[in-house]
Design a protein around this ligand. Structure first.
Ligand SMILES: CC(C)(COP(=O)(O)OP(=O)(O)OC[C@H]1O[C@@H](n2cnc3c(N)ncnc32)[C@H](O)[C@@H]1OP(=O)(O)O)[C@@H](O)C(=O)NCCC(=O)NCCS
Length: 171
C-alpha cells in the first residue's frame, strides 16, 4: 500500500509549537467524526499545547510528518499509566491527516517513535486501539505489535459500546 511519492518526500521530525494549529485540526477532526479516540469534545489549541508539553516534560518524543511544507500526521509517546512502576512502558498515539491515510506516513512516524523510545530506555510499547480499527491494527502489526488484550464495551461514543484492543511490542 505504501507508495514512493509520499515516503520519499515525507520528513518525520520533532514537533514545534508552530505545528500545533495543524496538529489540533487533525486531532479535532478525528474526535468529532470517528471512534479512533474515546475523547468526545475536540480540545482547543491551548489544551493541545499543554498536552504536548506534558509529553516533553517526561522526556518523551512528540513527532510530526511533514510533506511539502504541510503537516500530514503526528504521533507521540506517553507513559502507559501514571504510577511510577509503569515508567518503562510507553503508549503510542498516532493520527494521519485523512487525505493522506494509506500511503506509509503512519509507518514512518511510528518507526521513528519506536526508535526514539528505545533509545530513551523504554522496555515495551503499547497501543490502545479504540473500537474496530483495521488500519491501526494493520499498522501496529506491521511493526511487530501483537494483540495482548481486549476489553469489550470499554468505551461509549456516538451511542455505541466500543471495545478497547491492546497491542504490545518489546522496545
Ligand atoms: C491508523 C493510521 C495512523 C495508520 O496510518 P497510515 O499512514 O494510514 O498507515 P500506513 O500507510 O503507514 O500503513 C501501515 C501498514 O498498515 C497497512 N494498512 C494501512 N491501512 C490498512 C487497511 N485499511 N487495511 C489493511 N492494511 C492496512 C499498510 O499496508 C501497511 O502495512 P505494510 O507496511 O506491511 O504494507 C491512520 O490510518 C490514521 O490516522 N487513522 C485514523 C486515526 C487512528 O485510528 N489512529 C490510531 C488510533 S489507535
Amino acid at each position: 500500500m505504501n507508495d514512493t511519492p509520499y515516503t520519499s518526500k515525507c520528513l518525520v521530525r520533532t514537533s514545534t509549537l508552530a505545528d500545533m494549529p495543524d496538529i489540533t485540526a487533525i486531532y479535532g477532526k478525528f474526535v468529532e467524526t470517528s471512534t479512533a479516540t474515546f475523547e468526545l469534545v475536540a480540545p482547543n489549541q491551548s489544551e493541545m499545547v499543554k498536552r504536548r508539553q506534558a509529553v516533553l516534560d517526561h522526556d518523551l518524543p512528540y513527532l510530526v510528518a511533514e510533506l511539502e511544507g504541510y503537516i500530514v500526521g503526528f504521533c507521540y509517546a506517553s507513559q502507559f499509566r501514571p504510577r511510577e512502576g509503569y515508567r518503562f512502558t510507553i503508549e503510542d498515539s498516532i493520527y494521519v491527516r485523512p487525505d493522506c491515510i494509506g500511503h506509509g506516513v503512519g509507518k514512518m512516524l511510528l518507526t521513528e517513535l519506536i526508535s526514539q523510545c528505545r533509545a530513551k530506555g523504554g522496555h515495551s510499547m503499547v497501543a490502545c486501539i479504540c473500537g474496530v480499527n483495521p488500519p491501526s491494527v494493520a499498522l501496529h502489526a506491521s511493526l511487530g505489535f501483537q494483540q495482548v488484550g481486549l476489553l469489550p464495551e470499554a468505551g461509549n461514543k456516538f451511542g455505541e459500546w466500543l471495545r478497547l484492543l491492546i497491542m504490545q511490542r518489546p522496545l
